[in-house]
Design a protein around this ligand. Structure first.
Ligand SMILES: C[S@@+](CC[C@H](N)C(=O)[O-])C[C@H]1O[C@@H](n2cnc3c(N)ncnc32)[C@H](O)[C@@H]1O
Length: 446
């Protein structure tokens, strides 16, 4: 099956128009920021259809010749046990820039210079510098538990008139009804923190682009977000659908703990579970979304078959995931880390599961200028519509991965470490691409 897909990839051509529907071709809307016009992919000849009827009766697994160290449930669990600690800061990544600070403070509505403001966990006063642009410094109190951080704040000219005190955010030394505004970057602002980060492999812009094809036009739709993690994609979903209709499911309780803390997600149902064995009845949801999770599934075809099963007739699945690199070094690290499927593999899996109207939209950070040779952690958004009610027509054999089987702790640890090293390459790559984008004149390829 893998070789059939590879030969499909070799025949892939870009053409300059949307292929007419009914030809069975795959329409592909390129990311509008990276490409100047809409294009389409046809497999083989522009006017030839390809036969994408289900060909496998057993579950397709990754070739054993490729290591992919973090594509097992136990490894994914432990990988996220640690990654969840820094996830919002590195993966939906970034830094806390002045622009971001201004944007974050805007909803605090600091419209009067006489407002009394407390900046809790104010540290070195970075956020306070944003506050005192709108409010007189003498009305602002910075509170932090670290005298060392506060010593830095004290040195800042613009904060000279602020009250600067040591204290505990959970036991504030202020009387009841004391302040007009309470600000805490890293507490309340953490809600918008990963929303506004504009640097990394999975940005808010990309999320909006990727979710656009899922067509969330009704607030009453029932949506499941599979592999929802810390809720970054769910934050995009609840803009369009009432949170009470959204279920986030993930195998990592640590990731979910972060999602639970997010204010806009507080009405979502948040449950632990496995993408390849969803705890929902058949014909349950209007929309299935899964962003950046498929790469950890030991058996992606099984996960997509589950997507089909849980959707109602006419329901739509949207799977956002990585694309395989073509550059040798990126390919090496990608293959070592986890599953980076090829575009045609995604489409094949969707068709195999029984989906109709399968489309693949390319996404990517805007500073990549459309470059795809290094692969992308979030490279495409694939959608398909469930044409009939009931289970998927695809028959699969029993699950290959046996979670009960004992593992050799040394082998397990080595896999985890090697996988994490390979993942590091993919945190450096976007920085390299970003620097290239800054250096190479606009309009030139990078
Ligand atoms: C890269 S994070 C993506 C999180 C979120 N969707 C986002 O857009 O930020 C991948 C998530 O998939 C989860 N995951 C991996 N394998 C899974 C499986 N078999 N079933 C459910 N969740 C899984 C991980 O625990 C992790 O939280």
């Amino acid at each position: 099956m893998a070789s059939l897909m590879l030969s499909g990839a070799e025949n892939t051509k870009l053409i300059n128009s949307i292929v007419p529907s009914g030809l069975g071709s795959v329409s592909l809307n390129f990311h509008k920021k990276c490409f100047l016009r809409k294009n389409a992919v046809s497999y083989g000849n522009k006017y030839r259809t390809i036969n994408l009827t289900p060909r496998c009766s057993v579950s397709s697994t990754r070739p054993s010749s490729q290591p992919r160290f973090i594509q097992h449930k136990k490894e994914a669990f432990w990988f996220y046990r640690f990654l969840s600690i820094v996830y919002d800061h590195i993966i939906n990544p970034g830094h806390w820039t002045e622009d971001m600070r201004e944007e974050a403070l805007e909803p605090a509505d600091l419209y009067d210079r006489n407002m009394r403001v407390v900046d809790v966990g104010g540290g070195t006063g970075f956020t306070t510098l944003g506050i005192v642009k709108h409010v007189d410094a003498k009305n602002v109190t910075i509170l932090d538990q670290s005298p060392h951080q506060l010593a830095k704040a004290k040195k800042k000219e613009a904060l000279k008139e602020c009250k600067i005190i040591e204290g505990d955010a959970e036991d504030l030394p202020f009387p009841t009804d004391y302040a007009d505004r309470y600000v805490s970057a890293g507490r309340f602002l953490s809600i918008v923190y990963d929303n506004m980060l504009n640097f990394g492999p999975w940005t808010e812009d990309m999320r909006e682009e990727a979710l656009e094809p899922v067509d969330l036009y009704d607030r009453n739709m029932r949506v499941v977000d599979v592999g929802g993690g810390t809720g970054f994609s769910t934050l995009g979903i609840v803009k369009h659908v009432d949170a009470k209709n959204v279920t986030i499911i993930d195998q990592s309780p640590h990731q979910l703990a972060k999602a639970k803390k997010k204010e806009p997600l507080k009405e979502c149902t948040i449950i632990e579970g496995d993408a390849e064995n969803l705890p929902f009845p058949t014909d349950y949801a209007d929309r299935y979304v899964s962003a950046g999770s498929i790469e950890y599934w030991p058996d992606p075809q099984r996960g997509i078959k589950e997507a089909y099963r849980v959707l109602k007739i006419g329901g739509k699945a949207c799977l956002i995931g990585p694309v395989h690199p073509t550059f040798w070094l990126s390919q090496f690290f990608a293959d070592m880390w986890m599953l980076f499927p090829k575009e045609e593999e995604y489409i094949q899996w969707f068709k195999n599961a029984g989906f109709k109207d399968v489309k693949l939209k390319r996404i990517g950070p805007k500073w990549y200028r459309g470059v795809r040779r290094h692969g992308l952690i979030m490279g495409c958004s694939v959608t398909g519509v469930k044409p009939l009610s009931g289970d998927s027509p695809l028959q699969l054999g029993p699950k290959v991965e046996d979670l009960e089987k004992p593992v050799n702790p040394l082998v397990f640890l080595s896999r985890l470490i090697l996988g994490a090293i390979a993942a590091t390459y993919y945190t450096i790559l976007p920085i390299y691409m970003w620097i290239k984008d800054q250096i190479v004149p606009k309009g030139r390829p990078i």
